[in-house]
Design a binder for this molecule. Structure first.
Ligand SMILES: Cc1ncc(COP(=O)(O)O)c(C=O)c1O
Length: 379
């Protein structure tokens, strides 16, 4: 379907085309010099000691958990209001998922109080998710985790370039996990990145990314190694040079594009004042403005609202159907009452409006004009 205003749109140009052609002509397609350059640039962005590229954030989450030693018998606390990959990654390791609630309809990030309530001796890690690019309460979460000797993994899929409690997102936690899926602030199609300050964790992540092998094909190509050993059960979670090249170009645009997202967000907030509830009215620090969530009044028919928006060519979405209400998870946790009242309320009313860096003022006006009509129709 051709949308008049799509939910997201890429900021791609000749730079990305030239970068890909350059890789093709180099005849080295998988992890090599371009990937190293992308990792260096990402390390600088996040002021991290280590940045390790992978082919998506789901894999990043998976090996982040393994590197922290999480497995069968361990509990990992995660939000339910997130993409399913956040919790799936925990299940891949054999560990158990414990869902925590979000703060409020104004702050859709994980609740520190609920994390505290749900910590037990079995809790080994917390995965926080910077919902829509708005940072979680990282200083408080850090204190709580350290007091209980628990790892923090940041699902920063929505938040490259954001600052949380004075530090770049992805650096409060033991490991940060970023996504470069095609609708993200930094988009390469598929792609992801791990960040950490810890040399031991970085060493493990490097092994896990590539079959547990002690040297890479690229090292051998460069004459740096002739053979290799396998010292861990690793995976093939490598990125390739084509996507790394796209990542470098997108990273150059990130700061400005996050700024353009913030301007679009401000215009939305002005135009929607007294029209609809817009979460994160007073964001802390520096968000990445990945998504534009709004909350319909209680009792509004969401399907009718989204149907109306679709009928006028405006794409909307829902972030997210909560994980604990998916059939697979309901079956898995048959007899468990997760006690997530805020998540359930917000998830039943949330609609995501279009937001992307190249969005024009006229497009935002069109969306807000139709939000008003849509609300009347779906009342
Ligand atoms: C919050 C969140 N976590 C994890 C992921 C998984 O990222 P990927 O698609 O790169 O595996 C996504 C992607 O949509 C996401 O939005």
């Amino acid at each position: 379907m051709e949308w008049l205003v799509p939910l997201a749109d890429l900021d791609y140009g000749e730079e990305e085309e030239a970068a890909v052609i350059s890789v093709l002509r180099s005849k080295w397609l998988t992890m090599g010099a371009v990937t190293e350059k992308f990792e260096d640039a990402f390390r600088t962005l996040t002021q991290s000691a280590y940045a390790i590229a992978v082919s998506n954030a789901t894999e990043a989450l998976h090996i982040a958990l393994i590197a922290c030693g999480i497995g069968r018998g361990d509990d990992v606390i995660v939000p339910s209001l997130t993409f399913v990959a956040t919790a799936n990654a925990v299940l891949y390791t054999g560990a158990n998922v414990i869902f925590a609630d979000i703060n409020s309809p104004q702050d859709l990030t994980i609740s520190v109080q609920d994390i505290a309530r749900k910590i037990t001796p079995k809790t080994k890690a917390i995965i926080v998710m910077h919902y829509a690019g708005y940072p979680c309460e990282m200083a408080k979460i850090y204190d709580l985790a350290k007091a209980n000797n628990i790892y923090i993994i940041e699902d920063a899929a929505h938040a490259p370039g954001a600052i949380a409690d004075g530090k770049p997102v992805g650096t409060y936690g033991d490991i940060g996990c970023f996504s470069f899926f095609s609708n993200k602030n930094l988009a390469t199609g598929e792609g992801g990145m791990l960040t950490t300050q810890d040399a031991e964790l970085a060493k493990k992540l490097l092994l896990l990314r590539s079959h547990g092998m002690t040297s890479l094909t690229y090292d051998r190509h460069r004459g740096h190694a002739y053979s290799y050993d396998v010292v861990a059960l690793g995976y093939n979670y490598r990125i390739d040079e084509i996507r790394a090249a796209l990542g470098i170009e997108q990273l150059l645009k990130l700061e400005n594009n996050n700024y353009r997202r913030s301007l679009a967000n401000s215009q939305y907030r002005m135009d929607l004042e007294n029209v609809i509830e817009v979460p994160f009215a007073k964001p802390k620090d520096k968000p990445a403005y990945h998504l534009m969530p709004v909350l319909l009044p209680k009792g509004t028919n969401r399907e009718a609202f989204q149907g109306y928006m679709k009928s006028v060519g405006i794409q909307t979405s829902i972030h997210y159907p909560p994980i604990h209400l998916f059939s697979y998870y309901k079956e898995l946790f048959k007899n468990i009452d997760h006690k997530l009242p805020v998540t359930e309320d917000v998830a039943s009313r949330e609609v995501t409006l279009p937001l992307f860096p190249t969005m024009t003022g006229e497009q935002i006006e069109l969306v807000t004009h139709h939000v008003k009509i849509g609300l009347d129709q779906a009342d």
